[in-house]
Structure formats: structure tokens, C-alpha cells
Design a protein around this ligand. Structure first.
Ligand code: PLP
Length: 403
């Protein structure tokens, strides 16, 4: 149940930044506090049984797994920014994915996925879901027609990321969604690498959008969160099954408040992530130590036209490979002085990761660890942050020049 407080700032025609700051909140309803309050309650008091009847019948204001006013404001604001009817938030992006699949798919259903996904999503689809009788069918959606080759009478939904983790490459949402719809599939798109400031997949035919709020949406690398957005009919099912009794993975109101704070600067931050990233992509593309660069907003990128059609600008995510591959990549990371070697993305700090090194390190504890399909052992993923462009370029160049 998203908050429905109407304010002057909800008039139609307001821009994204204005809505990111004001949507759904009216200070006059909250002791004139300009910033929203954090409701830390786990339960709600009823003014007699008639009030209990009314609250229960509305499906909310009973218990904090089902409703919290701070979290409801976050859901309402996210839905507004994504142009979605409704939104439901979770304790992490993975919790959102789990609730999505376990709410809308059943035993014997098949889930078609793009062959390259965030590594834990792949683990869930390959190892988790088969235990519940849900089969995952990976396919290369870089060619949308390949979807037709894996369809069966059990195909229920399709799931892909765009831009894709960790390559940063894009998939054509409209072309894939059109084929999927013809086959009667639900279309789920993970838009974490773009955020709603740059891309709104529902406008291109998706049924549900997933965001890890841990990344760009909150933007400061200090929390975990996830969201699903789409038509009320689907979101209500997920809230009522997934959140209420399947996973129970609710977001705390403290964290909802931090995410609301982050959202106020989302468009500003995405501008800076993107302008830093294109400069870095250009520098990498012309450096002799660099073998290849994948950033779809470089005009030379083979999917540049698709990126421009479905995104308003590039985000801070790019990947590249060094001549010399795996060993040279490790030396390059060790020479960096400013840029931080860390997993995750979308933070103010520029973060860099070498998935092949991560896999090698994980083999000790997870013998089944391996690189995603479509990811080579030379691939370096860069989440370009908000530092000064010149400082980032200098750090990357000094490390490249030492190889
Ligand atoms: N989707 C993508 C594209 C991701 O990169 C991640 C995490 O890195 C997730 C989902 C999972 O989100 P979380 O880490 O918030 O569980």
C-alpha cells in the first residue's frame, strides 16, 4: 500500500528532480517537518474494533511487515519516478528477486534468462530455483530472436538485466519484450545499472522492473535495499505473498529514510557518473595498454543506437580488458592509488573489480564458483564515482603507464 498523500508538488508536468525531492510528502501533515519522519513502529493502535475492521479490510496499517508510513513514502516516490502504478521494497536486491520469482512462478514453470547476469542471481537460478521445481533456461538475448528457440509450453517469464552486470552492455528491451509478450511471457527487467533517472523499462514493454536500491538509487554505499515496480495487480500479489509470508524480507524504516535522502540527489549524481564515465571510456579506448572497452554511450559501440533509444544517457558502469589479460589486470589493480578495489557499484567512490580474481578467491570456499557466461578472465568492471574527472583519469593513467 503506497502512501497517497497528495501535495502541490504532485501536479502533472513536474520534472524528475522536483519529484525526486517532493513527491508524496506534504509537511503540513507531519508537524510541518520539511524532511519526512521515520516511523519506527512495528505495530499500530486501533481506535476500537470498527477502526480495526477498516484497517484490516484495506490490507494495511496492521503490522510493519505489511505497512510502514516511511517505507510507503519511499514506495510511492519510486513508483512515481519509474512511471509505475505501484512499487514494493525489500531488504536487498536479492530479496526482491527471490520474492518476485517465488510469488509469480510455480513448480514446473520455466524462467528464461539472459546468459549473463549478476553472479548471485545466476546462483539462485541455477542452484536455488531447481530445488523448487522451477527450471531456468539461459539464452543469449543479444539476439532477441534466440528467445523463440527456447520457448516451451512451460515458459512463464523472462528475466534480464540492462545494462548487464558486469559487462555494462545493453539489451534491446523493446525487441525482447515484444517477442516475449507474443509468447505470453511476463517480462522482468533488472534496471539496477541505469536507475530510473536514465531508463524506465516499463515504457518499453516490461511488466516488472527490479532495482537493487543498494546501488545508484541510494547512492552512498551505506545500506542494502531492493525494489519491484509495475502494475498494481502484479505488485499486490508480490506484496501479499512474497513479502507477507514467503520471504518477509522487509526494509527497515531507517533504511527507507536513507534511501529517500539518496533519491533527492539521484539525477544530479547520475549526470556526474555519466560525464566522468564517458571521459574515462574515451581515455581507455585510446590507451595502448587497453585491448577493448565496453561503454554503450561511445558512438563506436555496436549497441549505441539501442542504448540511446532506451536510456537518456550513460551511467557510470563500464568494463574493459587489458592487453596481457588476467595477470596484467591484477598488476593494474595493485598500482591504483585513488580508486578502490571493491565489489558493489553506484557509490560516490569509484569502485573497481576483476571478476576472474574474485572467482579465483572464492574457489577456496565455493568449489562451484566460475565466471559468468560472456565474461572473460581479462574483464575489469569499473563503477565510475563522483570524484573529479581529472583525478580519476590521472589514477587510471599512472597505473596503465606502469604496466
Ligand atoms: N541486480 C544487479 C544488477 C546487481 O548488481 C546486484 C548486486 O550487485 C543485485 C541485483 C542484488 O542486489 P543486492 O546486493 O542489493 O542484494
Amino acid at each position: 500500500m503506497a502512501s497517497s498523500e497528495r501535495t502541490a508538488s504532485d501536479e502533472p508536468g513536474l520534472g524528475f528532480s522536483t519529484r525526486a525531492i517532493h513527491h508524496g510528502y506534504d509537511p503540513s501533515h507531519h508537524s510541518r517537518a520539511v524532511s519526512h519522519p521515520i516511523y519506527t513502529t512495528s505495530t499500530f493502535a486501533f481506535d476500537g474494533v470498527a477502526d480495526l475492521d477498516a484497517a484490516a479490510a484495506l490490507g494495511g496499517r496492521l503490522y510493519a511487515r505489511e505497512f510502514n508510513p516511511t517505507t510507503a513514502l519511499l514506495e510511492s516516490r519510486l513508483a512515481n519516478l519509474e512511471d509505475a502504478e505501484d512499487a514494493v521494497v525489500f531488504a536487498s536486491g536479492m530479496a526482491a528477486f527471490g520474492a518476485l520469482i517465488l510469488s509469480l512462478l510455480s513448480q514446473d514453470d520455466e524462467l528464461i534468462v539472459h546468459q549473463t547476469l549478476y553472479s548471485n542471481t545466476t546462483t539462485m537460478t541455477e542452484q536455488g530455483l531447481p530445488r523448487f521445481g522451477i527450471k531456468t533456461v539461459p539464452v543469449d538475448l543479444g539476439n532477441p530472436a534466440s528467445l523463440d528457440t527456447v520457448l516451451t509450453s512451460r515458459s512463464k517469464a523472462i528475466y534480464f538485466e540492462t545494462p548487464i552486470n558486469p559487462t555494462g552492455d545493453v539489451l534491446d528491451i523493446e525487441a525482447i519484450a515484444e517477442r516475449a509478450r507474443r509468447a505470453g511471457l511476463l517480462v522482468f527487467v533488472d534496471g539496477t545499472f541505469a536507475s530510473p533517472a536514465l531508463q524506465r523499462p516499463l515504457q518499453h514493454g516490461a511488466d516488472i522492473v527490479l532495482h537493487s536500491l543498494t546501488k545508484y538509487v541510494s547512492g552512498h554505499g551505506d545500506l542494502l535495499g531492493g525494489a519491484l515496480l509495475g502494475r498494481t495487480e502484479l505488485i499486490e500479489k508480490i506484496r501479499d505473498r512474497g513479502l507477507r509470508y514467503i520471504t518477509g524480507a522487509v526494509l527497515s524504516p531507517m533504511v527507507s529514510s536513507l534511501i529517500l535522502r539518496g533519491i533527492k540527489t539521484l539525477p544530479l549524481r547520475m549526470d556526474r557518473h555519466g560525464s566522468n564515465a564517458i571521459s574515462i571510456a574515451r581515455m581507455l579506448g585510446s590507451h595502448p595498454a587497453v585491448g577493448w572497452v565496453n561503454y554503450p554511450f561511445l558512438p563506436s559501440h555496436p549497441r549505441h543506437a539501442i542504448a540511446r533509444r532506451q536510456m537518456s544517457a550513460g551511467s557510470g558502469m563500464l568494463s574493459f580488458g587489458l592487453r596481457g589479460g588476467f595477470d596484467v589486470a591484477r598488476r593494474f589493480l595493485d598500482h591504483l592509488e585513488l580508486i578502490t578495489l571493491a565489489v558493489s557499484l553506484g557509490d560516490a567512490e569509484t569502485l573497481i573489480m576483476h571478476p576472474a580474481s574474485l572467482v579465483r578467491a572464492r574457489l577456496a570456499v565455493r568449489p562451484e564458483a566460475r565466471l559468468q557466461r560472456g565474461v572473460g578472465d581479462d574483464l575489469i568492471r569499473l563503477s565510475v564515482g563522483l570524484e573529479n574527472e581529472a583525478d580519476l583519469l590521472r589514477d587510471l593513467e599512472q597505473s596503465l603507464n606502469r604496466l
